[in-house]
Design a protein around this ligand. Structure first.
Ligand SMILES: Nc1ncnc2c1ncn2[C@@H]1O[C@H](COP(=O)(O)OP(=O)(O)OP(=O)(O)O)[C@@H](O)[C@H]1O
Ligand SMILES: [Mg+2]
Length: 604
C-alpha cells in the first residue's frame, strides 16, 4: 500500500569525532569496513549465541506508548498520542519456509550459514518470538512517524486525520544487538498488524519481499549505503490479495486482483529512524500537543545521534551544538547518498520523508527501479510523478532535508545563533548537492574535475540516442578507440539521422579522450579504466531479471533468487561468459511499457 498522495505522488567506519567547527563532509558513508576489522573469530551458530549479544540498552532510553497493552497485543488501529514506540507482538506467517539469506551479511556478522535454516532462527525471523532465550525480548516494537510529501506536511493519510495513526503498519523490530562492536537493530517487514496499519493487513507479499531483499543486497554491493538484507521466509499456505497486472498488460494501473503468498523479510540497520519520525515529534513539540512533547523530541534527536552519529559528534558538546552538527552530518550523508543513487541508476520512486532514513542510507525498496534507457524523468512508480523521478532526486532530497531541519527547530527556539546556523545549513543543501553531483559525474567519466560543457553535450547525446545508462558507462570505462563499442548501449540504432549522431558521438569521444589524457598524464589508460570500472557497474538489477525470480518463487523454486544474489553482489566484477550473455543486456523490446515490469502502481 503506497501513501495515496493526491499530487501523486554510525556506522562502522565512523570513528572520528567532530567538534563543533569540523566539517563532517569527509566522513565515509557506512560500509562493512568496521566489521571486517573487528572480531573475525565470532561464530554464531545457535540462537543462544545470538541471544548473548542482545542489548536493548538504547531502546530502553526511549519512551514506550503508555496506552499500549503491555503484552504486545496491539494490533488494532488507534491513535498513538505519545511515546516513541509501541510494543507489538509480531504475527507469525503460517507454515514458513526458508527462501534465502544474505551470505555476505551473515559472514560480516559472524553468523554460520546453516543458522538461517535452523528451526529457532526461522521461527524468530518468520515472526514467532514466543520461545526466545533470555535476554531476548518476546515482544517487538513499531514506531509512529509523520509524512511529508516533497516537503509538504500531510495528515490525511492517517485514518484519524491527525497523523497519530501513521507509522510502521507492517514492520516490527525484534532485536537490538551489539555484534563485533556495532549496534544493529533487526526489523521484520510483513509481520502483521500494528496500531498504524490503517485497516490494512500488515502483510508483505513474496513478490515485494523478493524485490526488496535482492535490491538491498545489491545496493550494498554497489557501495551505496543501505539497510541490509538478513533473511527471507515465505508462507506455504497463507496468502493475501493485491491488485496486479494480468499477463501482457500494458495498462498503467493493475487490472486484476492476485493472491500472493505472504513473506517476512528481515532488514538490519543501526536504526530505522526516518525523517518522518523526527517530524512527528517536531510537529508535536511545535504545537505543544502534550506536556512531554518537547522532551520526547529531544530524546529522539539525541537517540538518533547516539545510534547513527556517535562516531562523528562529540558527546561533550552542548545539546544545541549537537543538533547543529547533526544537521550538517546528515546533509553530508544525504547528498552523498543521492549522488550514489544516481551514479548507479537507482530511482527510489517514493521518496517521502517517511521513506528517508535519518542515518542517511537507503530505506524502503517499494516501487524502486534501476534506470535502463536513459531518461532524466525515469520513474517506475506510476504514483511517483516527476517530483520523485530519477534526476529530480536531488531536489526531492532537499525537500526531505528541509522537513528534517523543520523538525529540529523547536529545540533551538531560544538559541537564535544555533537557529541561524541550522537555517544556513538548510540553505546550503543545494550547493552541496550540486558539488556531490559534479564529483560523481566526473568520476563516472574518469575525470578529476567536472567539465560542464562536455557533460552537457553527453547528456544531450545520451537522450537523443536512447542509451542504456549502465551499459553506456561501462563500455566507456573500456576507453574505446572509436564509438563502435559504445553502440552496444544504443536502443535506437536505426535512427534516421544516425549518421549525424554518429559524427557527434565521435567528436564527443575525441574531446573526452583529450581530456582524460590531459588529466591523467601519470596514469595509464589501463589504470584509468580499472578506476572507472569501480565507479560504473557492469551488472544492475533490472526488473525483468527480478520478475521471473519472484514468479518461480511463487511456485516454490528459489534458484533464480539465489542466482541473482550471486551475480548482483559482484556488480563491478567481470563474470563468466554465460553470466555476461544473460545479464549484460539491453532491455528487450517486449518489456517496454509492460505493466509490472516497466512500471507498477502498487508494490506491497
Ligand atoms: N499491507 C500493509 N498493511 C499495513 N500497513 C501497510 C501495508 N503496506 C504499507 N503499509 C504502511 O503504509 C505506509 C506507506 O507504505 P510504504 O510503501 O511507504 O512503506 P512500506 O514499504 O510498507 O514500509 P517501509 O517504509 O517500512 O519499508 C507505511 O507506513 C507502511 O507501514
Ligand atoms: Mg515506506
Amino acid at each position: 500500500m503506497q501513501t495515496s498522495d493526491p499530487s501523486h505522488t554510525q556506522h562502522p567506519g565512523h570513528n572520528q569525532q567532530l567538534s563543533n567547527n569540523q566539517d563532517p563532509a569527509t566522513e565515509v558513508a557506512f560500509s562493512s569496513a568496521a566489521s571486517a576489522e573487528s572480531d573475525e573469530s565470532l561464530n554464531i551458530e545457535t540462537l543462544n549465541d545470538l541471544a548473548s549479544l542482545a542489548d536493548y540498552s538504547l531502546l530502553n532510553t526511549l519512551d514506550a506508548d503508555p496506552d499500549a497493552k503491555t503484552d504486545g497485543a496491539n494490533h488494532s488501529p488507534r491513535q498513538v498520542l505519545s511515546g516513541h514506540y509501541v510494543l507489538v507482538t509480531p504475527m507469525q506467517i503460517e507454515n514458513p519456509e526458508y527462501v534465502t539469506h544474505s551470505k555476505t551479511f551473515f559472514r560480516e556478522l559472524g553468523f554460520a550459514d546453516n543458522l538461517a535454516q535452523s528451526a529457532d532462527f526461522k521461527r524468530l525471523f518468520s515472526g514467532d518470538l514466543s520461545n526466545l532465550p533470555h535476554p531476548m525480548r518476546k515482544i517487538g516494537w513499531s514506531t509512529g512517524y509523520a509524512l511529508s510529501i516533497y516537503g509538504n506536511e500531510y495528515t490525511q493519510q492517517c485514518p484519524f486525520k491527525t497523523g497519530n495513526g501513521y507509522g510502521d503498519g507492517r514492520a516490527a523490530s525484534v532485536l537490538e544487538a551489539v555484534i563485533k562492536g556495532q549496534r544493529w537493530e533487526m526489523q521484520l517487514k510483513g509481520s502483521g498488524r500494528t496500531p498504524y496499519s490503517r485497516g490494512a493487513d500488515g502483510r508483505a507479499v513474496l513478490r515485494s519481499s523478493v524485490r526488496e531483499f535482492l535490491a538491498q543486497e545489491h545496493m550494498h554491493a554497489l557501495g551505496v549505503p543501505t539497510s541490509r538484507s538478513l533473511s527471507l521466509y515465505a508462507s506455504k499456505t497463507e496468502t493475501v490479495k493485491r491488485p496486479w497486472y494480468s499477463e501482457g498488460s500494458r495498462q498503467k494501473d493493475p487490472d486484476i486482483m492476485v493472491s500472493d503468498a505472504v513473506a517476512i523479510s528481515t532488514r538490519v540497520a543501526p536504526s530505522f529512524i526516518r525523517v518522518g519520525q523526527l517530524e512527528l515529534f517536531g510537529r508535536r513539540a511545535r504545537g505543544n500537543e502534550h506536556p512531554k512533547a518537547m522532551a520526547e523530541l529531544e530524546k529522539i534527536v539525541l537517540h538518533l545521534i547516539e545510534r547513527e552519529y556517535a562516531y562523528v559528534i562529540d558527546q561533550q558538546l552542548t545539546r544545541d551544538d549537537k543538533v547543529v552538527l547533526l544537521a550538517r552530518a546528515f546533509r553530508s550523508r544525504l547528498t552523498s547518498l543521492i549522488a550514489n543513487w544516481i551514479r548507479v541508476g537507482y530511482c527510489q520512486g517514493n521518496f517521502n520523508s517517511d521513506n528517508c532514513a535519518a542515518g542517511g542510507f537507503t530505506l524502503d525498496y517499494g516501487p524502486y527501479g534501476f534506470c535502463e534507457l536513459f531518461d532524466p524523468r525515469f520513474q517506475p512508480w506510476t504514483g511517483g510523478g516527476e517530483h520523485y523521478s530519477f534526476l529530480n532526486q536531488p531536489v526531492a532530497a532537499e525537500k526531505n532535508f528541509g522537513s528534517f531541519c523543520t523538525a529540529l527547530k523547536p529545540l533551538l527556539a531560544s538559541n537564535p545563533e544555533a537557529l541561524q546556523q541550522l537555517n544556513d545549513i538548510d540553505d546550503g543543501f543545494a550547493l552541496e548537492m550540486q558539488t556531490e553531483m559534479e564529483k560523481m559525474w566526473a568520476a563516472k567519466l574518469g575525470l578529476s574535475t567536472f567539465d560542464p560543457v562536455l557533460f552537457r553535450e553527453l547528456f544531450t547525446l545520451m537522450i537523443q540516442t536512447s542509451v542504456d545508462y549502465t551499459i553506456f558507462f561501462r563500455e566507456l570505462s573500456e576507453i574505446p578507440d572509436n564509438i563502435d563499442p559504445l553502440k552496444r548501449s544504443f536502443y535506437s540504432n536505426s535512427n534516421s539521422n544516425s549518421k549525424e549522431l554518429d559524427e557527434r558521438w565521435s567528436a564527443w569521444l575525441t574531446k573526452w579522450k583529450t581530456l582524460i589524457n590531459g588529466d591523467s598524464s601519470s596514469q595509464s589508460n589501463e589504470e584509468l579504466s580499472r578506476q572507472m570500472k569501480r565507479v560504473n557497474p557492469k551488472y544492475i538489477l533490472r526488473e525483468w531479471f527480478v520478475v521471473p525470480a519472484y514468479k518461480n518463487a511463487a511456485v516454490g523454486n528459489y534458484d533464480l533468487i539465489r542466482e541473482l544474489q550471486d551475480i548482483m553482489t559482484q556488480p563491478y566484477a567481470e563474470q563468466p561468459e554465460e553470466v555476461e550473455e544473460k545479464f549484460n543486456k539491453l532491455k528487450p523490446s517486449q518489456f517496454f511499457n509492460a505493466g509490472g515490469t516497466s512500471h507498477y502502481s502498487c508494490s506491497s
